[in-house]
Structures are given as C-alpha cells and as structure tokens.
Write a protein that binds this ligand. Structure first.
Ligand code: NAG
Ligand code: NAG
Length: 298
C-alpha cells in the first residue's frame, strides 16, 4: 500500500504540475501505443483542459482531458482540478480539429463553477472517487457535441474507446488526438501491481488491450466511451484516473466508473442550478431529469 501511495503521488504530481516533465530519459519511458484520430469530427465532445504556457505558440498547453455531457458541463478527473489556484487560469478547448493547439478564433471556455467528488482523497484508494465536474462560463452550442450518461454497468470483456493528448510512445505530447480500443478487465486482473493496487471494484474499472495501448501522463480526466448500437448512442462510461508509471512497463489503466458516480453528478447538477438560478427552495433530488437541468442552465 505504501508503495502504491507513493506511486500515486508521483503520478499526481506529474498531472498537476504546472511545469513540463524535465527529465528527458523519464519521458522516453512513457508509452502509449495509440492511433492517430484521422476522422474529422469523430470525438467532438472531447475537451482539452489547458494551462497558460509561453513556450507554446497558442499560449496554452494541454494539461488534462475531459468530456462534455451537457452544453455547459464537462466531466474530468478530480485530481485535475485539485489545485484551486489554477482554476481561473484553465482554458477549455473542445475538440475542433483533433489538435491540442488553440487557434486564435477558436471558441474556448472558462470554468465558472466546479465540484470535486465529496469523498475524493478522503477514501483509499485515491482512484475510487477521482471525478470532478465543471460548469462552463457559457454553453457550447455545437450540435451533437456531447455524450450521454450511462444507464447501466458494463460486463467484463466489454470494449470501450479511450482518447487523449497524453504522452506517446515517442516521449512527447502528440500533435493529433490519439485513440485506442481497450477491454474492461476483471477485478482480479485490476487489483494487482500493474495498477499499483489503486483500484476499487465497482467504483473503478480497469482496461488493457493486446497492443499495450493505454493512457500516459496528461491523459488523466480523458473519457472512455461506449457505443451502444440499439440506441445509436455513445455514453461516457469512464474517466481516466491513473495508470502505473512508467507507461512503457504497465499497460493497465484505471478509470472511475461514471455509472457508479451518477449520484454525485446528479447532486452537482442540482447544486449548479441552485447557484446559477438562486432558487429559493431546492427541488427534491431526482425530481428533474438531466435534460431539464441542462435546459435550465443554458
Ligand atoms: C498549485 O498551482 C500553483 C500555481 O501554479 C503552484 O505554484 C503550486 O505549486 C501548485 N500546488 C501544488 C500542490 O501543485
Ligand atoms: C445514428 O446517429 C448518427 C449521429 O447522431 C446519425 O447520423 C445516424 O443517422 C444515426 N443512425 C441511425 C440508424 O439512426
């Protein structure tokens, strides 16, 4: 446990650090055998959460991933939002062209409000409730640029798709969004040294694939999505919390289950609406549906 706690601290300090990873040999170990997303507009709901950085022409660099579930709501990992002094600096760039670089005319967003899961960092393992929710300063008005929340738990061996701008197998940040199809593993496989024991059955799921593809630094907060043909709908099934370091050796990713976090998400919608609308009396929980909340928030 001590070992895994230490690893998580290292991992988290990489995610939340506002500086680039400086040791080039360390970078070379980070591997993410993903594929470039070539299809234009394939993942419109993907968001890059960025920090100011003068070393980049756009003035910003990718920090964490996230996903739109409503026009004004982005879901990410709690640890991406854990440093309160960075919140006002963050800029959210939706996926317009599979590129992490903001163009001068891109419509971008700021964080108006945000909530971390109330049990985040209060229960072990830290991955258990590593989920946070953002209310954007304005609505993203693009059509079909959001994911649905899941209505069920998926069985082991189900395939999901992950994507992100994390470090690649070449040790650098990609210029193009990367994707990989990964398979949900059983609890026994997830609860071992490959995940650093940072795994909680039900609240987390873990994934692997036969190519060893997976997340690496700065893929945190990025979504795992599940397409369900009968409803012709793509669901936000997971939020990437952690992967063991170095990524070259360990290819198991631990996600927060969005299905297991629906109560937190619902409570967050309620709180955002209440704050935004200054409702004198809060509605009863569970009374309104997500769509109605979203409408109220626009
Ligand atoms: C939080 O961000 C500030 C501003 O960049 C930085 O100085 C500080 O070290 C960060 N704190 C942690 C715990 O990472
Ligand atoms: C499924 O959804 C896509 C995107 O929303 C749409 O273009 C397509 O026509 C739909 N297909 C069916 C069979 O409904």
């Amino acid at each position: 446990m001590i070992q895994s706690a230490v690893l998580m601290i290292i991992l988290y300090s990489n995610f939340v650090s506002s500086t680039e990873v400086e040791d080039p040999t360390e970078l070379q170990e980070k591997i993410y055998w993903g594929q470039d997303v070539k299809q234009w507009g394939k993942y419109p709901y993907f968001c890059s959460i960025q920090l100011p950085d003068r070393n980049y022409q756009s003035g910003y660099r990718h920090f964490c991933g996230g996903a739109l579930v409503e026009k004004r709501i982005v879901i990410t990992a709690a640890h991406c939002l854990n440093n309160a002094s960075l919140i006002n600096d963050f800029l959210i760039l939706p996926n317009y062209r599979n590129s992490p670089f903001k163009h001068p005319n891109d419509r971008v967003f700021k964080i108006k409000r945000y909530l971390l899961h109330p049990y985040f960092a209060k229960q072990r393992p830290t991955t258990m409730h590593d989920i946070g929710i953002i209310l954007l300063d304005k609505a993203d008005t693009r059509k079909n640029a959001r994911l649905e929340l899941p209505f069920r738990n998926l069985p082991f061996h189900t395939s999901v798709t992950m994507m992100g701008y994390g470090i690649t197998e070449f040790g650098d940040q990609p210029y193009t969004l990367k994707e990989a199809t990964v398979v949900i593993q059983n609890d026994k496989k997830c609860l071992d040294r490959k995940t650093g024991f940072e795994y909680s059955a039900f609240y987390n799921f873990c994934t692997q694939n036969s190519d060893g593809a997976g997340g690496c630094y700065r893929d945190a907060g990025s979504p795992a999505v599940w397409f369900y043909p009968p409803t012709n709908t793509t669901y936000l099934y997971g939020v990437l919390s952690s992967e063991q370091s170095p990524c070259a050796t360990f290819h198991t990713d631990v996600f927060v289950s969005v299905f297991a976090s629906l109560k937190f998400i619902n409570d967050a919608y309620l709180q955002f609406s209440r704050e935004e609308l200054r409702c004198p009396r809060p509605p009863k929980p569970g009374q309104l549906r997500y769509e109605e909340w979203a409408k109220q928030l626009e």
